[in-house]
Unconditional design. Structure first.
Length: 449
């Protein structure tokens, strides 16, 4: 057996072991991920110290950004919940779209909000609305939640200015404007299929526990009369502050001199962490003032909402550690070698390479950046393929089949309080629909062009 084949077999065995330990033997995901990660590293031939170091680095890399984003975003969500701002936005959306179509509204909101922000940022910004709408309408949390994450996931993988998409644009020498235009044409029907359409079908088949700790924190402690809640305009503006600041940073790349003070300023406030911090500080005034919250109350809200995030962050960090062990053990290179040997067309090759790396490592960003680097020279030697469509095909492949080695998998599982099998049936299937439909619509667009 070749080295690459052995690595692929070990990676497959590690994924199966994780699923069995968690779903069958009820081992805590944090413990299972640590155990399987170290075992995978040792089986792949990594020195024991290197396997531990790789896992440790992966945890640090995953939590260095996500922990801060989840913390700030959860505090902002708590402010929206306790002030009644989330309820105000939810009520307005329900009145505008009607209860039976509110999951479509959430998908479009997620698609718009998700364009300039990271998946995790958009998720923690909008999840309070999902909890509030689900409670007020009685509609399944799965039906609304899957619509949310589908919209966020599509723009995360396919549309600039997301970092992985921008790197793929550079690798393929694609035009940013055309990539965004084509991404909208491909992304909207893809998000519709994986979100509202699939969610409406799967939601009756998934029964969630009545008690959801995160929902209890982010829905608000009590009902507030609408007349006493912040207005719809100021509520929406507060939650969109991070989006606006990040859009300004993107616009600054095109309109400002890179050495000017204005450029430096917009890029500073447009950093996701800074943008969320500014939005949270603004919410203390915009949402707290109408309710006459005291400083002691604001402190209590921030403290109370952080407790339920601890197990979420531990599991996400461990998922990042598993991802890093897979990468450093050579699994990604083994998958790339298999894909290149298939001699497929550039669009399909880009999708296959990205999909295989995604399945093995769990990271859409790693899959997209690695696949773009591998496929770009091959595509350059085969003229006639649109560089912009290559970006979309790579992004679609990088989203397929999210499972237990993906930090996003555990975030969805914990926030929605689902079991591992339920998360596989909902989130994993939705991501796979995005990957397959994204490729299909990209191929259709290539025929039209």
């Amino acid at each position: 057996m070749t080295t690459d084949a052995r690595l692929l077999l070990f990676a497959f065995g590690a994924v199966v072991a994780l699923i069995v330990l968690i779903a069958r033997f009820k081992v805590h995901p944090f413990v299972a991920l640590i155990s399987v990660s170290l075992a995978m590293g040792l089986a792949a031939g990594m020195p024991a110290a290197a396997a531990v170091k790789a896992f440790q680095d992966g945890v640090g890399n995953a939590l260095g950004f996500i922990a801060i984003v989840v913390g700030l975003g959860t505090m902002l969500g708590k402010m929206m919940a306790e002030s009644g701002a989330a309820a105000r936005i939810a009520t307005t959306l329900i009145d505008l779209f009607g209860e039976q179509r509110v999951h479509w509204a959430i998908m479009f909101v997620a698609f718009i909000v998700g364009i300039p922000v990271f998946f995790q940022v958009g998720f923690v910004l909008l999840i309070p609305l999902v909890f509030t709408i689900a409670r007020r309408t009685g509609i399944s949390l799965v039906k609304i939640g899957i619509s949310l994450v589908a919209g966020l996931s599509v723009v995360h993988g396919m549309l600039p200015p997301h970092p992985a998409a921008m790197l793929a644009v550079t690798a393929y020498n694609a035009d940013v404007g055309r990539t965004i235009l084509f991404g909208l044409l491909v992304g909207l029907p893809t998000a519709a299929l994986a979100g509202p359409v699939f969610a409406a079908w799967i939601s009756p088949r998934i029964v969630l526990p009545a008690n959801n700790p995160m929902a209890e924190q982010l829905e608000g402690a009590s009902e507030t009369p609408v007349a006493e809640t912040p207005g719809f305009g100021i509520s929406l503006f507060t939650v969109l502050i991070p989006v606006i600041l990040m859009l300004l940073a993107s616009a600054g790349d095109l309109m400002l001199d890179s050495g000017s003070p204005a450029y430096t300023t917009v890029h500073f406030v447009g950093q996701p962490i800074v943008a969320l911090l500014l939005a949270l500080l603004f919410s203390f005034w915009s949402l707290g003032r109408p309710r006459h919250f005291t400083r002691a109350q604001l402190m209590k809200f921030c403290n109370d909402c952080l407790g339920p995030t601890a197990p979420i962050l531990l599991v996400i960090g461990a998922g990042g550690g598993f991802n890093q062990v897979l990468v450093q053990s050579g699994v990604g290179h083994a998958i790339a070698a298999v894909a290149i040997g298939s001699h497929a067309s550039p669009l399909i090759l880009a999708w296959i390479v990205a999909a295989l790396i995604r399945v093995a490592t769990g990271s859409a960003t790693v899959a997209m950046t690695t696949a773009a680097g591998i496929v770009a020279p091959i595509a350059a030697a085969m003229p006639g393929t649109s560089a912009e469509l290559l970006v979309l095909a790579t992004g679609a492949g990088a989203l397929v089949l999210s499972h237990v080695n993906d930090a996003g998998f555990w975030m969805i599982k914990e926030f929605f309080n689902m079991t591992v099998p339920q998360t596989l049936k909902t989130w994993t299937v939705a991501e796979t629909i995005i990957g397959v439909a994204g490729l299909g619509f990209t191929l259709l667009l290539s025929l039209a062009l």
